[in-house]
Design a protein around this ligand. Structure first.
Ligand SMILES: NC(=O)c1ccc[n+]([C@@H]2O[C@H](COP(=O)([O-])OP(=O)(O)OC[C@H]3O[C@@H](n4cnc5c(N)ncnc54)[C@H](O)[C@@H]3O)[C@@H](O)[C@H]2O)c1
Length: 411
């Protein structure tokens, strides 16, 4: 089968930039039947060593220090935006202006206003988008979603999502862009809880109302002199800079159009949990539990009473999300990087078929508005309504259908 070549441009070659690249490259193994084949054309990073890495290790044909060269390149059909949060808006608006569909990382801007600008730019340019809400791609999470949608839990009554990590638990953890409001926006609210909000929204309903609290546990961190990628440790001799956003956040929520309520919490300074991301959904007829640590397992209890009342461990298998693309039979684990391959495939599938398969920037806006309401609540201690979705969040709009049809040759 002759596959349509899709030229990929990458902006920012840090942790996520490298993983997006690996995910594109993995499509040929996980989805041999795909009608398209990504071609890694050009990558940009402001740090020369990272730009070099894109060519030497990741396999891009060329690299540059200037992201504008990626967007101006006629061989680039789609773009991955993997920059720190403060650059999301600038890069996404430029990608939209260049008419390039983009896969952008969460939280998609520093705040809801920036996310809204990104949604509107994609809409105006009619380009399809994808957002890195990675955990919803886990096959066991998709299984959970199906059980809830089929009413197997009865009416959903309450939800608990916790995103507990230790990536900043060490006081010597380096001061990076993540700890500055000017470059990150919020702390764990955007970094971790945006994933949790997306999970709850994807499985149950949008969050309608919120009350929250936040706390900064480690007020200062050492700043190393060189460039950093991902989470790194600094030296005690490095100068200390203030941490400007929250290490911990929790919120009580009421879901929109539902009697369900929820508790969502996130920490980046938990000692013990490493990347302990957990979801619990309780209903009138049953409940289910999922954790990232046992990503391929779902704990399910259906019905009350009986002499074998309790949780059954259901293993992800063919039919659950994209599991069958990665493993030949049940009981064999997928990993985090596989979830990014699912994202890469959904993004290019959306572009190639004129059908929005991937979560879009409208999903990012939905999460950003919950974060915004939580920040307001953390400041005044009151309950706050989450801003209602606008017409820009309709699936048709979010999909950039017209542009997508043009790209796919269907319009
Ligand atoms: N989906 C997920 O699970 C997930 C996980 C981690 C991070 N993220 C998100 O991905 C984004 C990037 O995070 P990361 O961990 O990869 O960060 P990182 O610090 O590892 O990488 C950021 C990269 O951006 C580059 N950069 C900075 N300024 C630039 C510019 N002007 N032009 C081009 N490149 C520039 C840096 O040199 C660095 O290579 C963030 O928004 C983060 O929230 C998502």
């Amino acid at each position: 089968m002759t596959k349509r070549s899709i030229g990929v441009g990458l902006i920012s070659v840090g942790w996520m930039g490298r993983l997006h690249s690996k995910a594109y490259a993995s499509i040929r193994y996980a989805y041999p039947g795909a009608s398209f084949a990504p071609r890694l054309v050009v990558a940009a990073d402001s740090v020369q060593a990272n730009a070099d890495h894109a060519v030497d290790v990741l396999g891009y044909e060329r690299a540059t220090l200037d992201y504008r060269e990626v967007l101006a390149d006629p061989e680039v059909d789609v773009v991955s935006i993997c920059a720190p949060n403060f650059l999301h808006r600038e890069f996404a608006l430029a990608a939209a202006a260049a008419g390039k569909p983009f896969w952008i990382e969460k939280p998609t801007g520093r705040d809801a206003g920036e996310t809204q600008d990104i949604v509107e730019a994609a809409l105006a340019a009619d380009v399809v988008t994808a957002v890195g809400f990675t955990y919803r791609q886990a096959p066991a999470v998709q299984h959970a979603r199906r059980l809830i949608a089929e009413g197997r839990l009865g009416e959903v009554t309450n939800v608990k999502v916790s995103m507990l990590a230790d990536y900043s638990a060490d006081p010597l953890g380096a001061h990076t862009w993540r700890y500055e409001t000017a470059r990150a926006g919020s702390g764990v609210l955007g970094d971790l809880l945006s994933h949790g909000i997306d999970l709850a929204t994807h499985l149950v309903a949008p969050v309608g109302e919120v009350t929250a609290l936040t706390q900064t546990v480690i007020p200062e961190r050492p700043k190393p002199s060189g460039a950093t990628v991902g989470h790194v440790t600094a030296s005690a001799d490095d100068p200390l800079l203030p941490v400007e956003n929250e290490d911990y956040a929790s919120m009580l929520v009421r879901f929109a159009g539902s009697r369900a309520v929820g508790f969502l919490e996130a920490s980046r300074v938990a000692v013990g949990p490493r990347s302990d991301y957990a979801l619990e959904v309780y209903g009138t007829e049953g409940s289910l539990r999922w954790t990232f640590a046992a990503m391929n397992e779902l704990q399910v209890c259906l019905g009350r009473g009986g002499d074998v009342h309790g949780y059954t461990t259901v293993l992800a298998q063919a039919g659950d999300g994209d599991y069958a693309h990665f493993q030949p039979g049940p009981g064999i684990s997928m990993g985090f990087d596989d979830l990014k391959t699912v994202e890469a495939h959904q993004f290019l599938e959306s572009v190639a078929t004129a059908r929005q398969v991937a979560p879009s920037v409208a999903d990012a806006l939905r999460a950003a508005r919950v974060v915004e309401a939580a920040e307001t609540s953390a400041a005044d201690g009151a309950w706050h309504l989450v801003a209602a979705p606008g017409s820009e969040e309709s699936p048709e709009h979010a999909a950039g259908m017209e542009h997508t049809r043009r790209l796919s040759g269907q319009g």
